[in-house]
Design a protein around this ligand. Structure first.
Ligand SMILES: O=C[C@H](O)COP(=O)(O)O
Length: 214
């Protein structure tokens, strides 16, 4: 299981979380990555933690003011990127373009989706993984693996029907090792989470609890 911690735009210290994630990953052998604000990618990557972007634009170099260039995040230490997060939805053509841009920059990709139907469509674009996140559960206290286990199982089946090589992650409300274990039992290959770590009083303790479910 891969645990990807999305810091969104929360007012946490990205270096505190990154350092804790690096240490917990090293101690446990778990794969843990941190996805900070684009402006923080270089200094988060400098901690040694696996670092992901929260988004990349579909365009390449050129006259694209305000874009988040895949090549730029890769040059600053990102190893992968989220695409089409529920809080940053894209048009279908732009999801495809962002996946292609990430591939050009050798970034791993996770395309987010609301439901199993979208998971199937996202898998058809050939990312490394898709992540199913029911929007109504994002930021809540109840894990998707408890509140809606069927959506995870259906997402795994939907992706497998399109492309068995595409991994399926789940996210929304995940905050404990038990949540992680339940997601794994439902067939998920990874977890996408945010508030359980970024808003925790003790992010290191939260991460240490999460890896008990691996
Ligand atoms: O990117 C992370 C997901 O939106 C889940 O967020 P959450 O863990 O705060 O529910």
């Amino acid at each position: 299981m891969f645990i990807l911690v999305n810091l969104k735009a929360y007012p946490c210290d990205p270096i505190e979380v990154a350092t804790a994630a690096r240490d917990v990953a090293e101690a446990s052998g778990a794969r843990i990555a941190v996805s900070p604000q684009a402006a923080d990618i270089a200094r988060v990557a400098d901690t040694g933690v696996e670092t992901w972007a929260q988004h990349v634009s579909p365009n390449a170099h050129g006259s694209h003011t305000g874009s988040t260039l895949a090549e730029a995040v890769a040059d600053n230490g990102a190893e992968g990127t989220l695409i089409n997060h529920s809080e940053n939805r894209l048009k279908l053509a732009d999801i495809d373009g962002s996946v292609r841009a990430a591939e050009r920059a050798d970034l791993e990709t996770i395309v987010c989706a609301n439901n199993p139907a979208q998971v199937g469509a996202a898998a058809a674009l050939g990312p490394d993984a898709v992540a199913v996140e029911p929007p109504e559960l994002i930021g809540g206290d109840v894990s998707v693996s408890t509140a809606d286990p069927g959506i995870v199982e259906d997402a795994v089946a939907a992706a497998d029907a399109v492309d068995p090589d595409v991994d399926v992650f789940c996210g929304a409300g995940v905050s404990t090792g038990d949540d992680v274990a339940a997601a794994g039992d439902l067939g998920a290959s990874g977890i996408l989470l945010a508030s359980g770590v970024a808003k925790a009083d003790d992010p290191r303790a939260a991460l240490e609890d999460l890896v008990t479910g691996l």
